[in-house]
Design a protein around this ligand. Structure first.
Ligand SMILES: Nc1nc2c(ncn2[C@@H]2O[C@H](COP(=O)(O)OP(=O)(O)OP(=O)(O)O)[C@@H](O)[C@H]2O)c(=O)[nH]1
Ligand SMILES: [Mg+2]
Length: 362
């Protein structure tokens, strides 16, 4: 048996590298969570691959690589069981002696995941993935495994801006009062102060009383250029005025997903200019049926990413997983309070998975 370790930021990626190198017949023999020194976790898997043909005799076991000698004996026993299983097509755990069967309480895990409002289908899929490698699960690494599985189900996308390449135009859309304007203010300040980028703001929210003042006052305090567009042709002009900026944020009016003609009104503006990215902003306190309805109906605005706001007001975060699983758009940002610019978090799958699993932000 050939044995090799693979290290990657997620269990899924480690398993993918293993499969790339060893093919589908490779077996995970052990997993470990490592710190990489920067406070980030890495996943290490020890993989085994035996090139014996299943009807013949095994090749002579090759020298086991250094560092895994500790469990050499265990591995031998385990690999025998695994190859027996391959022949007999019985499950690994069924082949294990009673003493080696995992005593993980899967029902308890299920109950906990359901308590975090993860929908039942996803809970079943998480449990099924956990059960794939029963031999490597134990009480100590269980949480890490579950979080890693959840994190592999959460698409996220970073944010890149090239300086002096013309403005990147970003529009935020979503239902009323979810936190679009506040999110733009946070992103604008962070981009300006932390990343030293030149920012412009445009509001097309000329509908709601006081909406423009909200960004106008903010832009005066933070010394950011701010314009208002009263009609689609105006937006084109205002974007052109900001052509030297690194980023231009467009704040849109909050609209109900049940008013397609009003959503079309926003679309008329956005279609008048070259919008690079559109984020749909959703409050994480919204009921999942509502969220899905909003996410489907706002598709007409061609959003390419999601922002979940008001994490600080939510009592569970399973909805985030439920939504991204059915909508399949990457999460861009999360916001967790009203403070500008502090209460915003760039999306990271492990962070989100941890939050969903524990029900806590930190
Ligand atoms: N607790 C909490 N409040 C938030 C968060 N983000 C925004 N808010 C608050 O939510 C309220 C609405 O925020 P806005 O940014 O005006 O929301 P909007 O989506 O622009 O609203 P409309 O333009 O009217 O559709 C304000 O009181 C914000 O301070 C958050 O992450 N947590
Ligand atoms: Mg607003």
């Amino acid at each position: 048996m050939q044995i090799k370790k693979f290290v990657a930021p997620t269990l899924k990626e480690a398993i993918e590298s293993m499969k790339k190198e060893f093919g589908g017949d490779a077996i995970v023999l052990n997993t470990k969570v490592l710190g990489n020194g920067n406070g980030k976790r890495m996943f290490e898997i020890t993989a085994g691959f035996d090139n014996m043909d299943l009807t013949g005799t095994a090749d002579r076991p090759q020298k086991i690589t250094s560092g895994v000698n500790d469990f050499e004996a265990e591995l031998k026993k385990l690999s025998n069981k695994i190859f027996q299983q391959k022949r007999g097509e019985k499950s690994v755990s069924a082949q294990m002696p009673e003493s080696r069967k995992s005593n993980i309480d899967f029902q308890n895990i299920k109950d906990n995941l359901i308590k975090q409002d993860i929908n039942r289908n996803l809970v079943e899929s998480i449990i099924a993935q956990l059960k794939k490698y029963p031999a490597v699960l134990n009480e100590n690494n269980l949480d890490e495994h579950i979080i890693s599985i959840i994190s592999s189900m959460i698409p996220t996308e970073g944010f890149e801006v090239k300086r002096n390449a013309g403005p990147k135009v970003i529009a935020l859309v979503g239902p009323t009062g979810v936190g679009k304007t506040t999110c733009i203010a946070k992103l604008a300040v962070i981009s300006k102060i932390l990343h030293n980028l030149d920012i412009g703001l445009i509001s097309i929210d000329t509908y709601r009383l006081g909406a423009m003042d909200q960004l106008k006052i903010f832009s005066e305090i933070s010394n950011i250029d701010f314009y208002v567009a009263y009609e689609p042709a105006d937006l084109k002009k205002q974007v052109a005025r900001l052509k030297k900026k690194d980023i231009v944020f467009i704040d849109t009016v909050g609209r109900s997903q049940n008013k397609p003609e009003l959503l079309e009104g926003i679309n008329d503006y956005l279609k008048a200019v070259n919008v690079d990215e559109t984020y749909l902003v959703l409050s994480s306190t919204t009921h999942i049926k509502n969220m899905v309805d909003v996410a489907l109906k706002f598709k007409t605005l061609n959003y390419n990413g999601l922002v979940f706001t008001k994490l600080d007001e939510a009592i569970s975060y399973g909805n985030i997983l439920n939504l991204v699983s059915s909508i399949n758009k990457p999460v861009k940002y999360l916001t967790n309070g009203q403070v500008i610019p502090d209460d915003i978090i760039a999306a990271d799958p492990n962070f989100i998975a941890n939050m969903i699993y524990t029900g806590k932000i930190n």
